[in-house]
Design a protein around this ligand. Sequence first.
Ligand SMILES: NC(=O)c1ccc[n+]([C@@H]2O[C@H](COP(=O)([O-])OP(=O)(O)OC[C@H]3O[C@@H](n4cnc5c(N)ncnc54)[C@H](O)[C@@H]3O)[C@@H](O)[C@H]2O)c1
Length: 311
Amino acid sequence: MKITVIGACNVGATVADCIARKDMVDEVVMVDIVEGMPQGKALDLAQSASVHLFDTKVTGTNDYADTAGSDICVITAGLPRKPGMTRDDLLAKNASIVRSVTEQFVRHSPESILIIVSNPLDVMTYVAYTTSSFHSSKVVGMAGVLDTARYRAFIKMNLGVSVRDIQATLMGGHGDTMVPLPRFTTVAGIPLTNLMPAEDIDAIVERTKFGGGEIVKLMGTSAWYAPGAAASEMCEAIVKDSGRVLPCAAYVDGQYGLNDLFIGVPAKLGRNGVEKIIELDLTDDETRLLHESAEHVRTNVARLEAIEAGS
Ligand SMILES: NC(=O)c1ccc[n+]([C@@H]2O[C@H](COP(=O)([O-])OP(=O)(O)OC[C@H]3O[C@@H](n4cnc5c(N)ncnc54)[C@H](O)[C@@H]3O)[C@@H](O)[C@H]2O)c1
């Protein structure tokens, strides 16, 4: 199997690194618009193989012909946030980048599965979907795996338990309107609500919502270790056809009363991409938050369409 990663800087190179270390595919190809950089990073990563003990071939290129026949493509090309910016501020610029890289990639790999990472995530996943004309199950966005990873990390910090035992899901758009679901969070099967006072849970939920911004404020740019690891976990579920249920930005077609948009939902991932969306029995309050989050995504899609119609 072959995986292409488009955008070979912070998140992209980390995705390639994580994929290579899993030693699960024949080749990982990094593509970037900057000449020499993906080739140099590929060489560096390839030289880590004897330490990490993987046989995956790592290459770098500026030419999409080298990506031909990819089974999966992870799109990380685009601008990251700077302090004071929201993900939505990246809308028009990243849409033109995501559209351009998707067009070039799908010409050479028409049977691939696309995993989008570029922000604003839910809209960029929609852009890749419309540009590629792929079936909606073959296009998916990475946000929920990262957001739950952050949530689980904060639970671990509070309770001092192993992350291995923390199970969680969340829904909604990637951003401040995400919908964490403490009701569906357990530690070794024990509901979180039995283990932590409500005010601690509320504080963790708030920190998770703004978890990306916390890092942007500290570093001046957005995170890459956890995002890269999260995207590689989705690749692994597809490569191994494992049927893992992960929170992903998937295309909804009536589920949760939502239509024609990509939004965070629990999804079963396998060789065919998104194989099933799991419908949880949400409370009225959770449903309201999910619909508000969906409205935010819709507004951004409309904003993008208006910007593009005017340009
Ligand atoms: N979904 C998530 O949870 C999540 C998490 C972190 C970052 N992100 C997003 O991922 C994107 C990448 O973040 P980063 O920190 O790696 O940024 P970065 O600036 O480190 O890397 C982006 C790379 O994209 C490349 N690029 C730009 N235009 C291109 C084009 N037309 N063709 C090919 N490559 C192109 C750049 O040259 C650069 O190397 C940003 O939009 C960021 O907001 C999303």
